[in-house]
Design a binder for this molecule. Structure first.
Ligand code: SF4
Length: 275
């Protein structure tokens, strides 16, 4: 399934199935960039290999592929856990993102009403007030709501520069996360891996815990951080071995420390590990 997923995505397909550890079953991916990678981060662990395709994205093509994929999944007896905007870059950088979300919601409601709608995002477009507002409304939309998985790989600027290699200033991004955390629910996802042969240092882990607590506090009575997913590098990447997986015990220790910090602060936020 994994090889199938990458082959389809890089061959220009818009919709691709994947058995996802973090979704707990079949996730149907939606790729808004079938022709090239478009992202505001340059993570050394990124699995998107360089590729070119003359395919292009249209909302109509996405709807057609989605209906076909969901019909195939039903025929094969799979339960679809979610429809997930991910693919070859940062989905919210596409001008088609919100129309595509509307269309995917329509298809979901008819074909797989029990499935979630998920957006995997690095959060950089939260600095754009229009996109921030759209995501806030989508994330707060009751039963129709979008489950936002927000990437938080670093607690310090030094590690952010190494693991995300973004041109977006770290302080501005953290301010945007703070504003969002005051208004809308989301899942935090943190990649824990070695970069250049070095694991994230202890000071980095402490700073990241402090950031998670700050984001939890922003929600008032109930934290808008609904869960934290710590995940490891499980797939190959074009820049290997610059980024390398760490031992599962390292990730478990990070999770145990974060759970304890959340417990001491009185927050009931689950922390899961996907080594
Ligand atoms: S944010 Fe995601 S798509 Fe962008 S470089 Fe990082 S891993 Fe790749």
């Amino acid at each position: 399934m994994e090889g199938h997923r990458i082959a389809r995505r890089e061959a220009g397909f818009i919709v691709y199935p994947v058995i996802s550890r973090r979704s707990g079953g079949l996730s149907v991916g939606i790729n808004l960039f079938p022709d090239r990678k478009v992202c505001s981060f340059d993570c050394p662990y990124c699995e998107v290999f360089p590729f070119e395709s003359d395919h292009s994205f249209t909302v109509g093509a996405m709807e057609r592929e989605l209906r076909l994929e969901l019909a195939d999944a039903a025929e094969d007896g799979f339960e679809v856990k979610d429809l997930c905007f991910s693919g070859n870059g940062e989905p919210t950088l596409s001008p088609d993102f919100f129309p595509a979300l509307e269309a995917a919601t329509r298809v979901r409601d008819v074909s797989v009403p029990g499935a979630s709608l998920v957006l995997i995002t690095n959060g950089t477009t939260l600095l754009d007030p229009g996109i921030e507002r759209g995501l806030r409304l989508a994330a707060s939309g009751g039963g129709q709501r979008l489950d936002i998985w927000l990437k938080l790989d670093a607690g310090t600027e030094a590690w952010y520069r190494r693991i995300d290699r973004a041109s977006v200033p770290f302080a501005a991004l953290m301010d945007a996360f703070g504003r969002f955390a005051a208004t809308a629910p989301f899942t935090l996802q943190t990649m824990v891996c070695a970069v250049g042969g070095e694991a994230p240092p202890a000071a980095e882990a402490e700073a990241l815990e402090a950031t998670v607590l700050r984001l939890c506090a922003g929600g008032g009575g109930r934290p808008n951080v609904r869960r934290v997913q710590i995940y490891g590098k499980a797939r190959s990447a074009p820049e290997d071995p610059l980024a390398e997986p760490l031992a599962p015990a390292f990730l478990e220790a990070r999770a145990a420390s974060l759970r304890e910090a959340l417990r001491r602060a009185g927050y009931d936020v689950p922390v899961s590990v996907f080594p």
